[in-house]
Design a binder for this molecule. Structure first.
Ligand code: HEM
Length: 464
């Protein structure tokens, strides 16, 4: 027994020694990492071992930031964006897809979408007329969300769903996926905690609903193509083209990746931009008046906004750009730094991921004077162009494919809105931002809407 306990205590000692050496090795590795990156300016480290992690966790808990970029191949084990255009990591695979998708975003093709942009925006105007007539408050974020959903399903997939008039499970499914995306990124153990299982199931079901909807619409389109029917050269046709001739199961999954990608990328961000824009206009009557004057001069009494009108709505463009400066609805991006490089005199070692926050740079005094003031004149055609500090659509070859699409759509909706209606924010709402992976106005922008030139309601009108 004595020999046994001597052996056991020596083994324990040895184990402790090994643990100590491992710990020292780990500390040496951390020190080496610090030395590698310490020259890069940043806030002070919270602790030697944990680095900046406590600060990140604190802000994530307070829902001030999400590390949103991006583990989006799967959501809680259910395939989500997979290898679609936004998330494809292999350069050749991405390049091939991007070339195939390009025609659906050419200026010639986009010009042909003006009819759909106008028609769908007109449905929103009908809805707002109802709200103005009945003098009821309306959640503008909810409404513009339906508009952008209607546009993307019609324009990208050739399907008319009329979300403004009919209820559908799809908007809720998109919201669940976005929410799930945030939880998934914030906490890798989220799905293993039993109390989260109902939500995890909801997200998986939502993901599946989007993908089965995609499978059904792709099947219908393929049948039409095989029957020799004339089909639009829209995003759905391009998605089908991007798959190989003799389709494998993976090719099919790949088509669905892109279906979900365009459904999500092509809708939420634009809706949030519109809602933020409306919210800012409610507190800047002078800017609203200037937009309105321009719309009156360019569009006048016409019902529809033409493609040529869009080019003349210069101040409205400035307002939309300034909206994305203060509220970049896709708040950042990340890039893998493949090899060492020098940026602004600072040596950046290769081999790691770099996160770029469009939200942070566009609110820095260094780049934008008085950054918290909403001032569309920053984007006046004669003003100096922001130099690599304003990138709501990202920059370079992986920049947003739908940028022009989104801004054409936003201009049509905003032009019609200010042409016909006055709107004011229902008092007591917050101007805070909610980070759900994309940025959205926390309050939902609840407004009262009046027909233009209609006298604003007084308290007496409301209560008598
Ligand atoms: C205000 C509206 C929009 C904003 C702020 C926005 C923002 C962005 C950003 C920042 C990226 C780059 C992501 C990255 O670098 O990782 C991106 C990529 C992309 N966006 Fe948008 N987007 C908007 C609207 C749209 C629309 C309407 C569509 C399609 C109809 C779209 C389709 C895409 C696609 C396909 C990519 C991936 C491009 C690639 O990697 O080649 N976006 N978007």
């Amino acid at each position: 027994t004595e020999l046994w306990s001597l052996w056991a205590s020596q083994a324990l000692l040895f184990l402790l020694l090994m643990l100590f050496i491992a710990f020292l090795g780990y500390c040496a590795y951390i020190k080496y990492t610090h030395l590698k990156y310490d020259h890069i300016p940043g806030p002070p480290r919270d602790s030697f071992i944990l680095g900046h992690a406590p600060t990140f966790l604190k802000y994530m808990k307070e829902e001030k930031i999400t590390s949103s970029l991006l583990i989006l191949f799967n959501l809680f084990g259910q395939r989500f964006l997979g290898n679609g255009l936004v998330t494809a990591r292999d350069h050749d695979q991405w390049y091939k897809q991007r070339r195939i998708m390009d025609p659906a975003f050419s200026s010639l093709y986009l010009r042909g979408l003006m009819g759909t942009f106008n028609e769908t925006a007109e449905k929103l105007m009908d809805k707002l007329t109802e709200f103005a007539d009945s003098q009821t408050e309306t959640n503008m974020l909810g409404l513009v969300n339906c508009v952008t959903l209607d546009v993307i399903t019609k324009v990208a997939f050739g399907v008319d769903l009329d979300f403004l008039a009919k209820s559908s499970p799809l908007p809720k499914a998109i919201e669940a996926c976005l929410k799930g995306m945030v939880y998934n990124v914030r906490d890798i153990f989220f799905e293993y905690v039993p109390k989260n299982w109902p939500f995890v199931k909801e997200v998986r079901d939502a993901c599946r609903l989007l993908r089965t909807t995609g499978a059904q619409w792709i099947h219908e389109r393929k049948t039409a193509i095989n029957n020799g029917d004339e089909v639009p050269k829209d995003i759905l046709t391009q998605i089908i083209k991007s798959a190989e001739e003799n389709m494998t199961k993976e090719d099919e999954e790949f088509m669905l990746d892109n279906f979900v990608t365009f459904f999500i990328a092509g809708q939420e961000t634009t809706a949030n931009q519109l809602a933020f824009c409306i919210q800012e206009l409610t507190r800047h009557p002078d800017i609203l008046e200037k937009v309105r004057k321009e719309v009156d001069d360019v569009v006048g009494m016409k019902q529809d906004v033409s493609y040529d009108d869009l080019g003349k709505l210069i101040y409205l463009s400035q307002v939309l750009k300034e909206t994305l400066r203060m509220y970049p609805t896709a708040p950042g991006t990340s890039r893998e730094i493949a090899k060492d490089m020098v940026i602004d005199g600072i040596h950046i070692p290769g081999g790691f991921n770099c996160i770029f926050s469009s939200y942070v740079t566009s609110r820095m005094n260094k780049f934008f004077k008085d950054p918290l003031t909403f001032d569309p004149d920053r984007f006046h055609p004669d003003a100096p162009k922001p130099y690599y500090c304003y990138y709501p659509f990202s920059l370079g070859p992986r920049s947003c494919l739908g940028q022009n699409f989104a801004q054409m759509e936003a201009k049509v909706v905003m032009a019609k809105l200010v042409q016909r209606f006055d709107f004011s924010l229902v008092p007591g709402q917050t101007f805070d931002i909610r980070d759900t992976g994309t940025l959205r106005p926390k309050s939902g922008v609840v407004c009262t809407v009046r027909h233009r030139n209609q006298k604003p309601l007084t308290l007496q009108d409301i209560y008598c």
